[in-house]
Design a protein around this ligand. Sequence first.
Ligand SMILES: Nc1ncnc2c1ncn2[C@@H]1O[C@H](COP(=O)(O)OP(=O)(O)O)[C@@H](O)[C@H]1O
Ligand SMILES: [Mg+2]
Length: 265
Amino acid sequence: MTDKKSAHLIVLGNEKGGTGKSTLAMHIIVGLMDVGRKVAVIDLDARQKSITRYLQNRQTFMANGGAKVAMPEFSVVSQSEIGLIKDREKEDQKNLQKTLDLYKNTVDYIVIDCPGNDTYLSRLAHALADTLVTPLNDSFIDLDLLGEVSPTNFQVKKLSCYSEMVWDSRKFRSASGQPPMDWIVVRTRLASLDSRNNKRVHDALDALQKRVMFRYVPGLYERVIYKELFPSGLTILDLEQMNSLSHVAARQEVRSLVESLNLFE
Ligand SMILES: Nc1ncnc2c1ncn2[C@@H]1O[C@H](COP(=O)(O)OP(=O)(O)O)[C@@H](O)[C@H]1O
Ligand SMILES: [Mg+2]
C-alpha cells in the first residue's frame, strides 16, 4: 500500500494489554523528534486512546504556558462497525489507507500504536510495518505471547498465534516485493535486580529469536519516571534538568533503545 519514498512505518504491537506499547510508543516518538525527525502518530486503540491522550496532554501543557516541545501530528482510526464483516474490513482498510496517505509524504516516520487484541486494523498495520516493535514484560506468561518455550531446556515447542500472524505479514511483504520487516522484541518494565527469572526469560528469548526471527534488544526498566510524566505529556527526554541518577539512567536507556531500532541510515 505504501511506496518506497514514503515514511518509514513503525508499528507497536502484541496481543496483550498493559505491556507498555503506548508508553514505549511515546518514548520512541519523542526520541525521533529529539534528533530532528518528523513524526506522525496513528492510534488504532480507539477504546483506550492512551497515545492520543498522552499527546493531547502535551498540547495542553504548552497551551497552559509550559515550555515549547516538539509535537507530532496524530489521528485515531476507529474500527468500522457496519454490518457485514466483508464491508467492515473494506472500510477499515480504506480508513487506515486514507490516514497513511495524509502523512506518508510529509513525515519521516509514522508510528502506529495497536490495541492489545487481535483486530483487523491491527493485522493491516502489521502487514505494512517496516519495523515492528513488540514489548514484552519479564515473565514466562508474556513469553507465551510469542511461543511456548520449555522452561527447563529452552526448546521451542510451538509458536503463538501472534508469531504466526507476524509470519503471515512477512510473507505478504515479500510477496509484494517489499524489503523484509525488522521485528524487534523489547523487554520492558524490567526489575532492577538481576533475578534468576530475568536470566531464564533471557535464555528463552534467545532460543525463540533464532526460530521466529526477531531481534531482541534491551528495553526499559520499571521506573516511576516513565509513568509520572503522562499528565504533562512529557517524557524524560523533554526535561531540562535531571533530578537524580535514575533520571540520567532513564534518559540514556531511552536513547539506547531508539538507537537499537536501527532507524537511521
Ligand atoms: N517502563 C515502565 N516503567 C514503569 N511503568 C510503566 C513502564 N511501561 C509502562 N508502564 C505503565 O504500565 C501501564 C501499561 O502501559 P501501557 O503503555 O499503557 O501498555 P499498553 O499500551 O501495552 O496497554 C501504564 O500504567 C504505564 O504507565
Ligand atoms: Mg496502549
